[in-house]
Design a protein around this ligand. Structure first.
Ligand code: UDP
Length: 458
């Protein structure tokens, strides 16, 4: 009997990586290939707790956890400690896992033939190469962002940045003549408020550049028509996005928190294109002052809004304020701790998306033709904002004042500007159409995905 093909997928332990990699895993499993999805233990536990539906997938996708060498939440809050421990401890556990499957091969008949590693866990590619397993890198960020990461050695060599990623020359950055120049504020490791995190992320991305030599296939969650010149700057880059959750996957997309679906009924009660959806991803944190300004801005815009307020979205106590706020906006505002975001963005009542510009949120907004209001917070979000506002022209930036705060006035003004812009809406519909085409029969991304799966099955 023919052996089952078996792909091992290893994720970086963060929300914005688990969701797209799980979508890719489903696409592969749909073609009769067995998938083992590997995650760090702490995040595996969160995924399994928040997605009971994943148990039904166990015959197609097996979820496996390996230790990251850390024991507490406090330790993991230190990005340097976390990234360092992961790269020291996890490769050994990964190798053990692969060897175990090898030994049980006679019984289970499921030799691992391919490994897909998130670009942030490039060390997994080295393990796979050592063990004679074919491999591909998966990039969760935009291709334009990956280009920057892969060119880190050249940027250091050219004196554009120092060895820790800090900018030395404030000029436009030119990678190649075919590629639009980057602003120095677009560097994808930027964390203006937290130099320690910046150093850690820069180190991790530098090692992505180093490990890229272990794989000549780079799977990108984007589509060619959106970032054509960036694709041409990465040899072996294959556009397979936007990866979209199928209706069957909506219930178990790999969220780390329980999704509150009551907001869908609430959206049903609103007219088409009337609701502002506000969500800043899984890690953005605001000081209380910024939080109040956004709240007052939404309150004064008097437009219906749905706001995702994670319990950890502020670093201060805001519950008293929130009680009064919710009381005042009860006729037009809805707050949830975590939303089924892709379903929300696909809902006809959503008129715009106030976002932190994480790449998944950006793609989800683009794929649904929703105009974006951009408030980037760190890393690739600044570059994504530039692409959204300056290149694709599908949204507007929400700018800070001289105190570094986005004022309530700015929120109100930009909401009204984005809702009133026919040009932005037309561009959104055009990009949505391109995105849908790329993943429809005969589309560029679907063809690439199909040929990748054929390669895995060969
Ligand atoms: N998300 C969600 N519900 C929420 C907020 C976010 O399901 O209430 C999902 C969103 O659909 C996206 C992911 O979380 O797939 C966030 O990824 P992104 O790259 O946008 O931001 P990050 O969390 O990595 O900063």
């Amino acid at each position: 009997m023919a052996k089952l093909k078996h792909v091992l997928v290893i994720s970086f332990p963060a929300q914005g990586h688990v969701i797209p990699l799980l979508k890719l895993s489903h696409c592969i499993a749909d073609h009769g290939v067995k998938v083992t999805f590997v995650n760090a233990e702490f995040i595996h536990a969160q995924v399994m707790a928040a997605n009971p539906g994943l148990d039904n997938e166990s015959h197609r996708i097996k979820f496996v956890a390996i230790p990251d060498g850390l024991i507490s939440y406090e330790e993991r809050k230190d990005p340097i400690k976390m990234l360092d421990s992961m790269s020291r401890v996890m490769p050994g556990h990964l190798q053990e896992l692969i060897e175990k499957v090898k030994q049980s091969n006679g019984i289970e008949d499921e030799q691992i033939s391919f490994l897909i590693a998130d670009v942030m866990v490039g060390w997994a590619l080295e393990v796979a190469e050592r063990m004679g397993i074919q491999r591909a890198t998966f990039c969760a960020p935009s291709v334009s962002g990956v280009v920057l990461a892969l060119h880190i050695p050249k940027l250091i060599e050219g004196g554009v940045i120092d060895n820790n990623g800090f900018v030395l020359k404030n000029d436009l950055i030119r990678i190649s003549k075919d590629l639009r120049s980057y602003k120095s504020s677009d560097l994808v490791w930027s964390c203006p408020e937290d130099p320690a995190t910046q150093k850690a992320i820069f180190k991790c991305l530098s090692s992505a550049a180093h490990y890229s030599k272990f794989s000549n296939l780079v799977l990108c969650n984007s589509f060619h028509e959106l970032e054509a010149s960036a694709f041409s700057a990465i040899p072996g880059a294959l556009a397979i996005g936007p990866l979209i959750a199928s209706a069957q996957l909506f219930q178990c997309r790999g969220s780390l928190r329980k999704e509150d679906s009551t907001c869908l009924n609430w959206l049903d009660q609103h007219p088409a294109l009337s609701v502002i959806y506000v969500a800043f991803g899984s890690t953005t944190v605001f000081g209380p002052e910024q939080f109040y300004e956004i709240a007052y801005g939404l309150e004064q815009a008097t437009q219906p809004f749905l706001w995702v307020i994670r319990p950890d979205i502020t670093d201060g106590a805001v519950s008293e304020f929130l009680d009064g706020f919710l009381q005042r906006v009860r006729n037009y505002g809805k707050v949830v701790q975590w939303a089924p975001q892709e379903e929300v963005l696909a809902h006809p009542s959503v008129a715009c998306f106030f976002t932190h510009c994480g790449w998944n949120s950006t793609l989800e907004g683009l794929s649904n033709g929703v105009p974006l209001l951009c408030r980037p917070y760190f890393t690739d979000q600044f570059l994504n904002k530039s692409l959204i506002c300056d290149v694709w022209k599908v949204g507007l930036g929400v700018d800070s004042d001289e105190n570094g705060l986005i004022s309530r006035h700015e929120v109100r003004e930009k909401v009204s500007a984005v809702l009133g812009s026919d040009e932005i809406r037309a561009n959104c519909l055009r990009v949505k159409e391109m995105a849908r085409k790329s993943i429809s029969e005969g589309g560029s991304s679907l063809k690439n995905l199909q040929s990748f799966i054929e390669l895995v099955k060969a």
